[in-house]
Design a protein around this ligand. Structure first.
Ligand code: ZN
Length: 255
């Protein structure tokens, strides 16, 4: 079976190769890939090819998923798992792309048990065992300096990693060489610290959305880890260290 799987990978890499020109343009124009070595870029290109072979990228509301768009999204999605492997994205198959932010209606239940229907405007969403939903306008504005630290693709795929071991709770399955208590201590301390910054009207070190709950904190911290690690280290270098162990990458060093 392993032999067959390897043959399939070889076939996909040979027949669905990404054009050199488009790949170079995506690497050049997207800030998050800065500092990757030639070997890492080659590995990322292979993973991106396989990702596009295994997943379906569907545009909705008239959005056309061009080759450039699909490679831009797939390459960013593969960056967090560059040292982990594509198997981390097993169990689901679709990425849905809206041209811009999209509305969703949610039923919420308050403490008294009253159900109300609320409308939310989102730039991305991840379903457990279901699709990842993204807004292209939010992906393409990633280069905007005022949005430093924010990366909607990495954010939503971090939720996917978090959901590998059940519902999203801010703790993905840790590697055997990691210590659960260290993770919990680092993350709960940093999460409380962010909430304190907001409570005291201090400028938060990372996006205040991270204070929504533990799952959002992990996804926001992951976005900063890959795009603006200095800000994450200012909030909490222990969280940076834990993410470095989890993703097996050191963006602060390469950026
Ligand atoms: Zn989120």
């Amino acid at each position: 079976m392993k032999w067959l799987a390897r043959q399939r990978i070889r076939y996909a890499l040979r027949h669905y190769r990404i054009s050199r020109k488009v790949w170079a343009e995506v690497m050049r124009s997207t800030r998050v890939f800065k500092g990757l070595s030639a070997v890492e870029r080659a590995h990322l290109r292979e993973m991106t090819t396989l990702f596009l072979h295994r997943k379906t990228l569907t545009g909705v509301k008239g959005f056309n998923v061009s080759v450039e768009v699909s490679i831009t999204i797939a390459a960013q999605a593969c960056l967090p798992i560059l040292k982990l492997g594509l198997d981390y994205y097993d169990g689901w198959s679709e990425v849905v792309i809206y041209p811009g932010a999209f509305r969703v209606a949610r039923n919420t239940i308050d403490a008294a048990g009253v159900v109300s229907n609320q409308e939310q405007i989102l730039s991305g969403e991840s379903w457990s065992r279901g699709p990842v939903i993204l807004s292209w306008s939010d992906i393409s504005s990633e280069q905007d300096i005022s949005r430093r630290g924010h990366n909607v693709v990495i954010h939503e795929f971090a939720h996917k990693l978090d959901m590998l071991n059940g519902r999203a709770n801010g703790m993905p399955p840790l590697h055997t060489d990691m210590i659960r208590q260290q993770w919990t201590r680092s993350f709960s301390h940093a999460y409380e610290h962010l909430k304190q910054q907001l409570a005291h009207h201090h400028r938060p070190s990372i996006n205040s959305y991270g204070a929504s709950n533990e799952a959002e904190f992990f996804a926001v911290a992951s976005g900063y880890f890959f795009t603006y690690p200095q800000a994450l280290c200012r909030l909490s270098s222990p969280v940076y260290e834990q993410l470095k162990l989890f993703y097996r990458q050191d963006p602060a060093n390469r950026l």
